[in-house]
Design a protein around this ligand. Structure first.
Ligand SMILES: [Cu+2]
Ligand SMILES: [Zn+2]
Length: 250
């Protein structure tokens, strides 16, 4: 092989490598594809300055194995950030209606399709809408990152089209010993609310990726597309390297 054809080959290989690197950094990662079978994504935007926030919901089927066999349960991951709060605890619930025609007031009471008493998110006896308290730091920022097996984004207990509300005061989680406590946890004024709606898939990716507090589980589920993509990149680099070595020995 002449020097000329060898240098042409090197240029060609360089261009190929460059294309592979470009494709690896610019190709979007399929982080939260709503077309992926059982996955449903939802979002609520709270906007009542100074209280503002964006909360993400993602429902997935989780497979559970035990001696009795395997079954699947759906879990909803909730993450996001609310700013402009006073530091400390704030009651946080899904209310029955997504009707904000009279501000947060027209959202009705806590979403309670099972006719239970008010409680904490971890209690068995709780409203489906009960999400416990969120805690704002000294800067008034609450970062959320939890999962709930009771709310759903479809079928029974669906919170789609209902209102997510953050309150002025801490939720006593039904342990306040009065009538209001069993109804709403004495959480006080409704500071900000937003309707929980279906996510625009184009926004779901950037929203999920920019979230600083995305659940770890997403790393596992984010997911076959990413894995296939990485396999492709690694395979391509290996091929080019092998080709390079062959050319060098010609
Ligand atoms: Cu509430
Ligand atoms: Zn409640």
């Amino acid at each position: 092989m002449t020097m000329c054809s060898y240098s042409s080959m090197s240029v060609l290989l360089f261009v190929l490598k460059f294309l592979v690197v470009i494709s690896s950094c610019c190709r979007p990662i399929a982080f939260s594809s709503s077309s992926d079978g059982n996955v449903i994504n939802a979002i609520a935007v709270l906007n009542n300055p100074p209280v503002q926030g964006v909360i993400h919901f993602k429902q997935q089927q989780q497979h559970v194995s035990s001696n009795a066999g395997s079954s699947s349960a759906s879990v909803v991951y909730v993450w996001g950030e609310i700013t402009g709060l006073t530091p400390g605890l704030h009651g946080f619930h899904v209310h029955e209606y997504g009707d904000l025609s009279n501000g947060c007031k027209s959202a009705g009471g806590h979403y309670n399709p099972q006719g239970k008493s008010h409680g904490d998110i971890a209690d068995d006896n709780r409203h489906v809408g009960d999400q416990g308290n969120i805690r704002a730091d000294d800067s008034g920022v609450a970062r959320l990152n939890y999962q709930d097996y009771r709310i759903s984004l479809n079928g029974n207990n669906s919170v789609i089209g209902r209102a997510l509300i953050v309150h002025a005061k801490p939720d006593d989680l039904g342990k306040g010993g009065n009538r209001e406590s069993a109804m709403n946890g004495n959480s006080g004024a409704r500071l900000a609310c937003g309707v929980i709606g279906m996510v625009n898939p184009a926004h779901a990716e950037s929203g999920a990726r920019s979230s600083a507090v995305g659940p770890n589980i997403f790393n596992f589920y984010s997911h076959k597309y990413t894995y296939a993509h990485h396999t492709f990149i690694v395979g391509a680099i290996s091929l080019i390297t092998t080709f390079n070595v062959l050319v060098m020995h010609l």
